[in-house]
Write a protein that binds this ligand. Structure first.
Ligand SMILES: Nc1ncnc2c1ncn2[C@@H]1O[C@H](COP(=O)(O)OP(=O)(O)OP(=O)(O)O)[C@@H](O)[C@H]1O
Length: 658
């Protein structure tokens, strides 16, 4: 009860303090109200609206419209006078009926005493007297009330029509700095300089809020439908102004597109809420991780810890130099390192010690600018593809044919389905490598598209996320895109996916240095985007807090009875594919099959092996068996007879030796 009393007292005191100002405002409203009435009356009397139409038509040279407007003025004027005449006529008729009777009654009442009259007449006159008295009483009350009503109506007419203004201003309050409500948002939008919005507000429009302002983490969230002619990206384009209008920094203001282009999702951070880092990494001194549950990565704009998904996810991390890419990749890998079942492969395509402390925990680690590192990285991607196939087969042999690797399956050492995390820092160097680039890109795309189900995770970091440096298919298919401060729309959409910039999800607004360690991420949580302040595990100058974590990870592994070396060489023992036998199978007892059809059937039969095969691959493999495609009816075909003969030839020496 006490706080409520205190609050009421505070509000009353506040209102009293503001009383003179409020009264002056009220007076101004009354004056303005009269002004508006006069203006309205003038417009009505002079057919102002129609005249304005006629003027506009004359200016645009639209004779037809002008004629119509003028005809309307004439017709309106005629109708108005006609109506006035009818009213006058009715008054005259009524008066001519009522006046003689009233005059007669008055005369009779003046010359005769009521007692001498017929009783019904005296009664009628008495009734009229009483009615007259009531009318007089009512009139005197009305005389008092009417001016008050008049003033109230004038004040209402003269009220401020700007959006966001209210009669009572918000009292000073503790969270006034962070306070955002619909009126403030409307007011901020009304001053963005977007013409359809301006027209809407000028005509007294009120925005429709589908989600009224509500607390959302360290800020306020609203959702609203924009008026005709306005889209969310038009608002996002004026983010500077919107932020200034809401008294926020640009980074604290996030206008993005909602479910439709005309729906604006707006999240505004509390003042200063995004300043400062994310704090200490939760696993810095204690604990272990489970990559199936995700690893702590940072704090969202809502102040919630992000558990970054590592299983069934691939990551592309980018941004301008020195903004925290490697540190973010390190944090993800440290989390993975603290899961004793995870195997780490790290390739750094440059001379950088950023990941050196991980070496004892990794099964493969290569760092450097030379070709050998690029070759090792491509070989690793190739091995991962083979491993992916093996895992596919292993999964297929399990009871119930599980569609993907689960924690339970990953924990069965016999199956060797443990999580495999492969990180490539500065990956653009690899993809642009003159010798290995093309292969690396192809392998990476296949891994990203198909490896997720098998517990194989690719983490890529780059300074240069353009379409030349990162294959388009990589950008399109990675599930988690992370952008630290980037220079332009191309880099932004290269990391976060196309159309993100337009939708207002922009890492271009992150400032170099000031926002170091803060990134815009998509796909990491269910939200359409997150502004994440990443955790930082220091590794620079004299400070190395990474090594202790790696030491802890190693001791967790030895407690768990796991060895890096064991993990390092999973039995990649996919049965070798018998190409000739496969060709024989897809011939399906037909005498001749066009090579095009053979290739399609092979891809259907074993997608992983044959998906990318071309005519020359097929020709080469048939050539190895001593025959080739033949021409028949103008198309290249494979003959069943040739295949049969090749199989017999192949079997013969074995039988002989057997
Ligand atoms: N989350 C963070 N919080 C605080 N500081 C950070 C954070 N991340 C990075 N930094 C600071 O930024 C510096 C550069 O980080 P990092 O090496 O990760 O950048 P980078 O983007 O990988 O740069 P480059 O492209 O040159 O390798 C770090 O040394 C550290 O001082």
């Amino acid at each position: 009860m006490a706080p409520r009393v205190a609050h009421t007292r505070a509000v009353i005191a506040y209102r009293l303090r503001k009383l003179p100002r409020d009264l002056a405002r009220l007076l101004w409203f009354v004056l303005r109200g009269h002004g508006r009435w006069i203006a309205k009356a003038w417009t009505w009397a002079t057919y102002g609206d129609l005249r304005a139409d006629a003027r506009a038509a004359r200016l645009t040279g639209d004779a037809e419209a002008r004629r119509k407007a003028q005809e309307l003025i004439r017709a309106d004027s005629k109708a108005r006078w006609g109506r006035a005449a009818i009213v006058l006529h009715r008054c005259v008729v009524a008066a001519s009926g009522v006046a003689p009777v009233a005059l007669m009654l008055w005369c009779v009442d003046s010359w005769m005493a009521r007692t001498d009259m017929w009783p019904w007449l005296a009664e009628l006159l008495g009734l009229i007297d009483r009615g007259w008295d009531v009318l007089k009483a009512l009139a005197s009350v009305l005389l008092l009330v009417a001016p008050v009503g008049w003033l109230v109506a004038a004040a209402w007419e003269g009220r401020s029509r700007e959006p966001g203004t209210g009669w009572l201003t918000q009292p000073d309050r503790e969270d006034a700095d962070s306070w955002i409500d619909e009126r403030m948002v409307s007011k901020a939008l009304a001053h963005l300089g977007i013409s359809p919005l301006n027209t809407f507000f000028k005509n007294g429009g009120d925005l429709l809020y589908s989600v009224p302002a509500r607390r959302d983490g360290n800020g306020t969230y609203v959702q609203l439908r924009l008026p005709l002619g306005t889209t969310a990206d038009m608002v996002a384009d004026r983010r500077d102004k919107l932020a200034a209008n809401l008294a926020r920094a640009k980074l604290e203001t996030w206008p993005t597109e909602g479910d439709e282009a005309g729906v604006l999702d707006l999240w505004v951070a509390d003042k200063g809420a995004l300043a400062g880092g994310a704090g200490e990494w939760p696993l810095q001194y204690d604990g272990q991780a489970d990559v199936f549950d995700g690893v702590p990565f940072g704090l969202t704009q809502r102040g919630v810890v992000v558990n970054a998904p590592l299983i069934e996810a691939n990551w592309l991390i980018g941004g301008r130099p020195g903004q925290g890419k490697s540190a973010a990749l390190r944090t993800l890998l440290l989390g993975a390192a603290l899961d004793p079942s995870a195997e780490l492969w790290i390739f750094v395509m440059g001379e950088s010690p950023d990941f050196d402390p991980f070496q004892p925990r990794t099964a493969r680690y290569r760092m450097g600018m030379d070709d050998a590192v690029a070759e090792a990285a491509v070989a690793a991607l190739e091995d991962l593809l083979t491993e992916m196939e093996r895992r596919g087969k292993v999964l297929g042999e399990q009871p119930g044919r599980p569609p993907k690797v689960s924690r339970k399956l990953a924990d069965k050492p016999r199956l060797v389905l443990h999580p495999l995390v492969c990180a490539i820092d500065e990956c653009h160097e690899l993809f642009q490598h003159p010798k290995f680039g093309k292969r690396a890109a192809e392998h990476a795309v296949r891994l990203i598209k198909r490896g997720r189900k098998y517990g194989i995770v690719l983490l890529l970091a780059t300074q240069s996320p353009t379409k030349d440096s990162i294959p388009r298919e990589v950008t399109r298919n990675v599930s988690c895109g992370v952008a630290f401060s980037v220079a332009d729309q191309v880099a932004n959409d290269g990391l976060l996916g196309s159309g993100r910039y337009r939708a207002g999800i922009r890492a271009t607004d992150l400032r170099m240095k000031t926002d170091r360690g803060t990134c815009v991420a998509v796909g990491v949580t269910d939200a359409s985007f997150d502004l994440i302040r990443t955790f930082y595990v220091p590794f620079e100058d004299e400070v190395d807090m990474v090594t202790p974590v790696i030491e802890r990870a190693l001791s967790i592994m030895s407690e768990d009875g796991r060895a890096i070396a064991g993990n390092a060489h999973p039995e990649i023992e996919a049965a070798p594919v018998d190409h000739l036998a496969d060709v024989a199978t897809v011939m399906r007892d037909e005498r001749r099959v066009p090579t095009r059809v053979v290739l399609a059937r092979l891809a259907e039969h074993n997608a992983a092996e044959y998906e990318r095969w071309t005519f020359s691959d097929l020709k080469a493999i048939l050539g190895e068996s001593g025959f080739g495609p033949r021409k028949s009816g103008g198309v290249q075909v494979v003959r069943a007879e040739d295949v049969r003969e090749a199989l017999t030839r192949r079997a013969a020496p074995q039988e002989e030796s057997g």
